[in-house]
Design a binder for this molecule. Structure first.
Ligand code: BGC
Ligand code: BGC
Length: 734
């Protein structure tokens, strides 16, 4: 529809209809066609539901078409409804969890995954996905790290913008066929809850917010994402849904966002619980003044905006502004021409879980695994070797992570099934996934079916017999998938005792242990590092995860992932991340001379495995860094170069990473920050020059006056295979 036509339509809407656009109802309100219990609990009437401009979490082409038809018939101006849902790492063809995708260091992988998710979900009638999540995540206790791409602002920005492009396409005028509008979340700072407890208070200085947390959101906004979701947390003691500075000044004025702002689930109503509003009416007023356009799943707007406007407490222009943005979004999706968009039962059948989608998911999964250890080249396994595949994940179907809420695990093969043609691979469970008495998450799409073994000792004995009679053991360990994700914070990051016992006992009968780790977060894996010869982090690899594992375990594909988040030594270190500030007293490792330095008495400062770390089946050598000049003018660039050589015996991919350290600035700068990386694939014996161009923009930061500038002085450039590389050169910025 042309803008003038849309304006005409808009002018005909009553205030009530405009407010209706700003209301999003949960799908279960529609389950019977008319409102059911929960809507009545929220105080919504049938009329409220009939005017609500969007709904979340209903899926299915035929169902959504029927809902749309009925809704539009009733609507006074026949405006179509928006259908939104959480399509996170896939709809039915599930890709690896976002944290795993971060480990690919491959934005094209994330873009392709998002494109496939969009194609499947669009066929199922969805218009908007609540993804990407660009929250910087540095605390492994926080369960939602699984939904982020990790601890690095630069990597997160690349991944978030790639996902936006994958969902929405590159045509900035419309959301074309087979695409979804993307909703960036959770703005802002949601990834930094105090003590790692989900929804908890966030304390960030304005500078840290701008330096580390805002950039990834900004990249996604620049990529053109259509919506932004507010976060649940407070920032400077102000909940995001009431933070006018954050939403109007920073997001709209500074970042230039002109799309729709939606609250997180009931977050406007929760302003009351936060203690900044006396009731829903005050909450609605604060949120609309702050700039939230859509109230997700709370009665605040629906029940109060009309009277707030009538009483002169909220200017009607704010309602106009919000409702207009929502109509513009509907128009971008082409809903005025075709309110069903891509909903098609035939396309659902043809596209969902198609061979091509599954093949892409399998390739993606293989590229997200991170090899942390591989002593004596335990991996890959060889055809003739007799393998004991043991552990609670050896025959487990729940490989998709907690956000795959529309996925059907029955289409996911287990590792045992994936290896079924290979008589040399035999199986035993060994132990249950959790200790007796461990909390079972009582909700979620994929409930923990797995109860403790009735006879744990017998299960262990069977596994040990198999281990003793095998050349190598593949030990599959990890957390259940609903131990990460929303509201799944953990204060202990160790593996359950039953799994640790299985590891200890297996090590006594067979030293050749390869651990495959399934997890939604970095865990404390000290015992695994000590007892296993090889460690492969598989995260939650998705629908094709087990097949991808067979590809990597057998050497058909070499692992190439790098950690997008540090694995802490133990929970007491969290949050631990590479881009920390120095202290005035950095610890150099000697307890006698460094007594009064920044350290722990009982654990090292360093994580067990750092950001950027990951091995493959070959080895690489990286030459010293050379720079084409030692002094850089601001208008100039510097070329930093290394030669990378494959010194092993198989083809492999290395991710060469460039980090920069600003040695003296008007405020303290991180000890290093990743500014670029390149993935390089080399055959055995092959070598290649890898060149990076350092620009003045890469050296900018928020200075003492909060200006985003570079400052003259000395810079160190590190280039290597992970964030601890000491391979460096120095230059000066004039
Ligand atoms: C989550 C969001 C999600 C929303 C809708 C909330 O609880 O924080 O990430 O998009 O629910 O399901
Ligand atoms: C301590 C101070 C102390 C000073 C002089 C420093 O190392 O932090 O508390 O007063 O030494 O002894």
């Amino acid at each position: 529809m042309k803008t003038e036509e849309l304006k005409k339509l808009f002018d005909q809407l009553s205030l009530k209809e405009k407010i209706g656009q700003m209301v999003q109802i949960p799908g279960y309100f529609l389950s019977e066609g008319n409102i059911t219990g929960p809507a009545l609990d929220m105080g919504l009437t049938q009329e409220d539901i009939d005017l609500a401009g969007s709904v979340l979490s209903v899926i299915g082409a035929d169902r959504l078409k029927a809902i749309q038809t009925a809704y539009m018939e009733k609507h006074p101006h026949h405006i179509p409804m928006l259908f939104m849902a959480d399509i996170i790492n896939g709809y039915r063809t599930v890709f690896p969890i976002p944290l795993a995708q971060g480990c690919s260091f491959d934005p094209a992988l994330a873009e392709n995954g998002a494109a496939i998710a969009a194609e499947e979900a669009a066929a199922a009638g969805i218009h908007v996905t609540f993804s990407p999540m660009a929250d910087l995540s540095r605390d492994a206790r926080w369960g939602r790290v699984m939904e982020s791409t990790g601890e690095d602002p630069y990597l997160n920005g690349l991944m978030a913008s790639a996902m936006v492009q994958g969902y929405q396409g590159m045509d900035h005028e419309t959301i074309p066929e087979g695409k979804l509008a993307a909703c960036l979340k959770h703005y802002a700072g949601y990834g930094a809850p105090t003590a790692g407890r989900d929804y908890n208070t966030v304390e960030l200085s304005a500078r840290t917010l701008r330096e580390d947390y805002l950039p990834a959101y900004q990249r996604a906004v620049e990529a053109g994402c259509d919506l932004v979701m507010t976060s649940f947390n407070t920032l400077d003691r102000i909940p995001s849904s009431a933070n006018r500075w954050l939403l109007r000044e920073v997001l709209r004025d500074e970042m230039g966002f002109d799309g729709v702002v939606i609250s997180d689930w009931a977050a406007i109503h929760e302003l009351v619980e936060h203690g900044i509003a006396a009731d829903d009416r005050e909450a609605a007023k604060l949120a609309v003044l702050a700039g939230v356009d859509i109230d997700m799943a709370s009665p605040a707007y629906c029940r109060n905006l009309l009277s707030l406007v009538k009483d002169g407490e909220v200017p009607e222009s704010l309602i106009d502004e919000a409702a207009w943005r929502i109509l513009v979004l509907k128009n971008r999706l082409g809903l005025f021409e075709n309110p069903y968009k891509d909903a098609s039962a035939a396309d659902e059948t043809a596209k969902i879980l198609s061979d091509a989608h599954r093949a892409a998911a399998r390739k993606a999964a293989a590229d997200t695994f991170v090899l942390l250890k591989n002593d004596n080249a335990l991996l890959p396994i060889r055809q003739e070797e007799r393998i004991g595949c043991i552990g609670p994940y050896a025959d487990r179907r729940q490989l998709s992570g907690s956000w795959s809420i529309f996925a059907d695990d029955s289409v996911t093969e287990t590792l045992r099934e994936a290896f079924s043609g290979d008589a040399n691979v035999r199986f035993a469970k060994g132990c249950s996934i959790l200790d007796p008495g461990a909390p079972r998450v009582p909700f979620g799409a994929q409930k923990i079916a797995d109860e403790p073994e009735t006879d744990a000792d017998a299960a262990l004995e069977e596994a040990l017999r198999l281990a003793a009679d095998s050349d190598k053991v593949i030990l599959t360990l990890g957390e259940p998938n609903d131990y990460s994700g929303e509201a799944a914070s953990r204060a202990n990051l160790t593996l359950p005792e039953c799994q640790q016992r299985l590891l200890r006992e297996t090590a006594k009968v067979n030293p050749n242990i390869v651990v495959i780790l399934f997890c939604g977060r970095p865990l404390d894996i000290r015992p695994v590092k000590e007892l296993a010869g090889a460690i492969l982090v598989a995260w939650f690899p998705g629908t094709e995860g087990a097949l991808a594992l067979t590809d990597v375990l057998t050497g058909k594909t070499a692992p190439s992932g790098k950690l997008a988040m540090s694995f802490p030594y133990c929970v007491g270190q969290t949050p631990v991340f590479y881009a920390q500030l120095s202290t005035g007293r950095p610890f150099h490792g000697d307890f006698r001379t460094d007594r009064f330095h920044s350290k722990y008495l009982d654990i090292p400062n360093e994580p067990l495995y750092p950001f950027g770390y990951g091995l493959t089946y070959t080895s690489f050598e990286c030459s010293a860094v050379t720079l084409n000049k030692a002094v850089m003018e601001k208008s100039d660039t510097i070329h930093a170069c290394v030669t990378l050589a494959n010194t092993g015996s198989v083809k492999g991919t290395e991710t060469v990473q460039l980090y920069i350290h600003d040695c003296a600035a008007s405020v303290a700068r991180p000890v290093r920050e990743m500014k670029a990386f390149k993935k390089v694939t080399l055959s055995p014996g092959e070598s290649k020059n890898v060149e990076f161009v350092i620009t003045e923009e890469m050296l900018r930061f928020h200075d003492i006056g909060m200006n985003f500038v570079s400052e003259p002085g000395r810079f160190e450039v590190f280039i290597g295979s992970d964030s601890t590389t000491e391979n460096k050169a120095v230059f000066e910025l004039k």
